[in-house]
Design a binder for this molecule. Structure first.
Ligand code: PMT
Length: 401
């Protein structure tokens, strides 16, 4: 996504400068060409040499540098950029830009660029809450600059609260989002992911091998493409992607409740979760002791079929299901597509190498409501997610024409 993109990373002076080094490393790893501009104060925390070594490009610090001015340094940097990222952005930098002040290389270059600009503030919580700072931030947003929310936590100054620089991985994700074509802007995509857990007693449950990777990849991809995303996830070890609406659930019935809560707001519903079909008819309130019996019998009853329920009342929404099969992949998927009134079903044979549960890749077939089918080769789950969203976009366009 960032391959070949030119990013100007503006670094202003605060303790979080060390995290900008990690951010630079992530950008370079993702294939971006990064040009760093440091303010005088930033150089008090980390030397330009560190940024220069990691970016492979000279670090810019001076407005009146004769060598750089041969090509009018600040203008050429401003023109060259696909994106400006200011991290950390101090209250001082934000105040200057909001006030139209351009008195050093960084502020001058920000003023001169037509590229999108992302400010990533980091400061003391009292500064962040100061009404003057708040006004400045609002001013930036009102003219189209992007401003990320700082993270919550213990600050270097000893105070606890909002003001920490967000995790560099989250800044990377936001950067990718800003550079990605926003072809799903205006859509609300509801995604379910992961397994459900059906309680047997307070220490045991029935579940399955779903890791949530497929569903999370879809949620991330939809968010990158500009959609509002509601991710409803069963228990997984994955970190919820930054910037989207996240709801954690346990059982199938909990998932059903949260899906019902948000379904009306969604224009696209994608059910990648591996919902348990059955649950113990009676969950024991106390731990079942092995001394009680040598032969424990569990009676299971059917869980609600959340996808089928959505299919009965789908209105104008696009409804997409997954089929995890071990036998007769296409026949079973086609039956689910029809019975659950879906627009598209993604069939994966979970016995196939590199496909299905708890791996980073998948091998899928798309089956459409009009009878057409498409087989995709093995791809990363991120690639499958984008391929799926491409097909969904096409369905939307066909519907609108
Ligand atoms: O999470 P990963 O480790 O990345 O693995 C990905 C995956 C294998 C879980 C995913 O690719 C996948 O196939 N998800 C669907 C798993 C599943 O439950 O398939 P199914 O054939 O049993 O169900 C068909 C569809 O009905 C699914 O969209 C499912 O979410 C939905 N369903 C099923 C039962 C139920 N009670 N309610 C439902 O909504």
């Amino acid at each position: 996504m960032l391959k070949g993109k030119k990013i100007v990373l503006g670094v202003s002076g605060g303790i979080a400068v060390y995290k900008a080094v990690e951010l630079l490393r992530l950008y370079v790893k993702a294939g971006a060409d990064v040009f760093v501009i440091m303010t005088k104060n930033a150089q008090e925390f980390v030397t330009p040499l560190t940024f220069q070594t990691l970016s492979g490009n000279p670090v810019h610090t001076e407005l009146f540098d004769l060598f750089q001015e041969k090509e009018i340094g600040h203008i050429s940097l401003a023109d060259r950029a696909d994106l400006f990222v200011l991290a950390p952005a101090t209250a001082n930098l934000i105040g200057k830009v909001a006030g139209g002040i351009a008195d050093d290389l960084l502020t001058t270059t920000i003023m001169a660029t037509k590229a999108p600009v992302l400010f990533v503030p980091a400061m003391n919580v009292n500064m962040w809450e100061n009404p003057l700072y708040r006004q400045n931030e609002e001013k930036l947003k009102s003219v189209g600059y992007q401003v990320m929310e700082p993270a919550l936590g213990m600050l270097a100054c000893g105070w606890e609260g909002k003001g920490k620089l967000p995790d560099p991985a989250d800044i990377l994700a936001e950067t990718e989002r800003l550079l990605h074509p926003r072809d799903l802007a205006g859509e609300t995509v509801l995604v379910t992911a992961g397994p459900t857990r059906e309680e047997i007693d307070p220490v045991r449950y029935i579940s399955n091998y779903s890791s949530g990777k497929m569903g999370y990849a879809i949620a991330r991809a939809a968010f990158l493409r500009g959609a509002r995303v509601v991710l409803i996830s069963g228990p997984t070890c994955l970190v919820p992607p930054c910037g989207l609406e996240f709801h954690r659930v346990g059982s199938a019935r909990e998932m059903q409740q949260v899906v019902r809560q948000f379904a009306d707001e969604a224009s696209i519903l994608i059910k990648a979760a591996a919902v348990a079909d059955y649950r113990p008819a009676q969950a024991s309130l106390r731990k079942i002791k092995k001394e009680q019996t040598d032969n424990l019998q569990l009676t299971l009853e059917k869980n609600p079929d959340i996808l089928a329920e959505l299919g009965q009342n789908k209105g104008k929404r696009l409804l997409i299901g997954f089929a995890a099969e071990t036998d007769d992949l296409l026949e079973n998927a086609a039956r689910k597509l029809r019975d659950k009134n879906l627009d598209l079903i993604v069939a994966n044979d979970v016995t196939e190498a590199g496909a299905g549960f708890d791996v980073d890749t998948n091998v899928v077939r798309f089956l459409f409501a009009d009878g057409s089918r498409e087989a995709l080769p093995q791809m990363s789950k991120d690639e499958v997610a984008h391929a799926l969203l491409d097909r969904i976009k096409r369905l939307k366009e066909q519907r609108n024409n």
